[in-house]
Ligand binder design. Structure first.
Ligand SMILES: [Zn+2]
Length: 281
């Protein structure tokens, strides 16, 4: 089963790479120009100095051709070409790959992680810390001061927040923008909301998507094991409106695999149901 999934991923990756070709930004890991172009478009690939036409590079990587990897300068690539998508549980709340959405609450509902650490404005699980530190340092190098608006929230925190949103804006709005207690990724200690130092008024607001913090995170967060969990493209799958500030840590292997294969949601990566309707009961 796992082998089939990996094979499917490889085929999909190859097809996508051939079709698009332009987005080879993941090659650019560690090749960020001094002083830092913060965009991850073709220009940053060019600055990485990867030789050969785009189609050759894409095909080489998609087939895990070591010669293509050897030709790339700087840091080794993530092991994004083939991963075992069954390697971790998607239902164990302690798993880095747990999928939490409106169909899949945390079990138990009042789950609380252990080993939380305060870092850059929020509490996260210890496993997140090294990559979060690296991401903040890389952003800093690019002139983008990343920090957290918040991260871990307990069941009880979420209960209060959700009740407040229901009271202020109604149950329909609350269910679209605020998870019910027991249904929030923030309760895992693996999710965080970025703060915008450049435009603080845009924290937790749609205009966050245009901030330098959001633009940087959209281009680079995956390099450090984070995914932008709620995007305009995956709103119907995740059941939430876009949140350019909300990052979820899944580790570099899965984040790299999703980036290369252009899979934008955990639901699609694992074939887990999502959507806007809460599970009955
Ligand atoms: Zn969030």
């Amino acid at each position: 089963m796992a082998a089939v999934v990996i094979l499917a991923g490889l085929v999909l990756g190859a097809a996508v790479a051939r079709a698009a070709g332009a987005d080879l930004g993941w090659i650019g890991i560690g090749s960020r120009a001094p002083g830092g172009a913060s965009s991850a478009g073709p220009s940053s690939v060019a600055s990485g100095g990867v030789p050969g036409p785009a189609s050759t590079r894409a095909a080489g990587l998609a087939s895990a051709d070591r010669s293509a990897v050897a030709a790339a300068p700087a840091t080794p690539l993530p092991t994004a070409v083939g991963i075992d998508l069954a390697a971790r549980s998607t239902s164990d709340p302690a798993s880095l790959w747990v999928v939490v959405n409106k169909r899949h609450p945390l079990v138990p509902l009042e789950y609380a992680p252990t080993g939380l650490v305060w870092l850059a404005g929020g509490m996260v699980r210890g496993e997140v810390v090294p990559d979060l530190r690296s991401m903040i340092a890389a952003a800093q190098t690019d002139g983008v001061p990343l920090s957290l608006r918040n991260a871990y929230r307990s069941y009880r925190d979420q209960l209060v927040i959700h009740a407040d949103v229901v009271k202020g804006a109604g149950a329909g709005y609350a269910d679209r923008y605020s998870a019910r207690p027991g249904y929030s990724e923030h309760q895992t200690g693996l999710a965080l909301d970025l703060h915008s130092a450049s435009q603080p008024a845009c924290d937790l607001a749609p205009c966050f998507a245009q901030t330098v913090e959001a633009v940087w995170a959209a281009a680079h967060a995956w390099e450090f094991g984070f995914v932008v969990r709620y995007t305009p493209e995956n709103a119907t799958v995740t059941g939430y409106g876009p949140e350019a500030w909300h990052l979820r840590y899944v580790g570099r292997d899965l984040a790299g695999w999703m980036h290369v294969n252009r899979v934008t949601s955990l639901e699609e990566a694992f074939g887990v149901a999502g959507g806007a309707e809460y599970a009955a009961g």
